[in-house]
Write a protein that binds this ligand. Structure first.
Ligand code: 3PG
Length: 211
């Protein structure tokens, strides 16, 4: 496992963030780091996303900076060029697998079924994003999938519908490497400039992960 993925696995929380304004990027990173969570997955869902990745990569090179919503080969290439240190996808296709392999960056492909987990393993990745977690069976589905896959070294990063109220359930699972979600820093929190709240929620999530 790469150092970056090992660090994410020791933090156990990955804030997933949609950034609308590039000027929010570095303050966001600082607010997360102040809460003990120097990691983020910036989703490529806004016009500013790649510039936001670039801004954090330039200003905070030590930050565990990921790019998410990697759907095409071009998404992967552009995110890598912008300075992402790891890539996250909601799924996996052979085209994307080939493109990511060329980039030689840590990668977390999406998988919620046995067949999808097998495709990820076949391509050489054993940490999978279980997305959308809550509507795909949640922790019960992950626990069931762990039956055949945990002994092959597969670990899960559930994301989608996870909030403080159900976070502990996921963190309690030994096959959950890390939990992702937007609750720590939503687009609205950024619009409101609620950096103190971001730090507070990051810190609470880190405490939950350490218990
Ligand atoms: C993701 O891309 O991981 C999800 O949009 C996060 O889902 P959430 O908003 O329910 O945390």
């Amino acid at each position: 496992m790469s150092d970056v993925l090992a660090e994410l696995g020791s933090l156990r929380i990955v804030p997933v963030v949609e950034i609308e304004r590039v000027e929010d990027a570095v303050p966001l990173a600082d607010a997360l780091a102040a809460g003990g969570l120097p990691a983020v997955e910036i989703t490529l869902r806004t016009a500013s996303a790649l510039d936001a990745v670039r801004a954090i990569a330039d200003a905070r090179p030590e930050f565990l900076l990921g790019a998410g919503t990697i759907i095409t080969a071009s998404d992967a290439q552009r995110a890598a060029e912008a300075g992402a240190r790891f890539l996250v996808s909601p799924g996996l296709t052979p085209t994307l697998a080939a493109a990511v392999r060329q980039l030689d960056l840590p990668f977390i492909p999406g998988a919620v079924t046995a067949g999808e987990a097998m495709a990820a393993v076949e391509e050489g990745w054993d940490l999978v994003k279980f997305f959308p977690a809550e509507t795909s069976g949640g922790i019960a589905a992950i626990t069931a999938l762990a039956g055949p896959f945990a002994t092959r070294g597969v670990r899960f990063m559930p994301t989608g519908g996870i909030r403080p109220a159900n976070l502990d359930r996921y963190l309690a699972s030994p096959v959950v490497a890390a939990v992702g979600g937007t609750w720590i820093a939503t687009a609205q929190h950024l619009r409101d400039g609620d950096y103190a709240g971001i730090t507070e929620r990051a810190s609470a999530a880190v405490s939950a992960a350490q218990q």
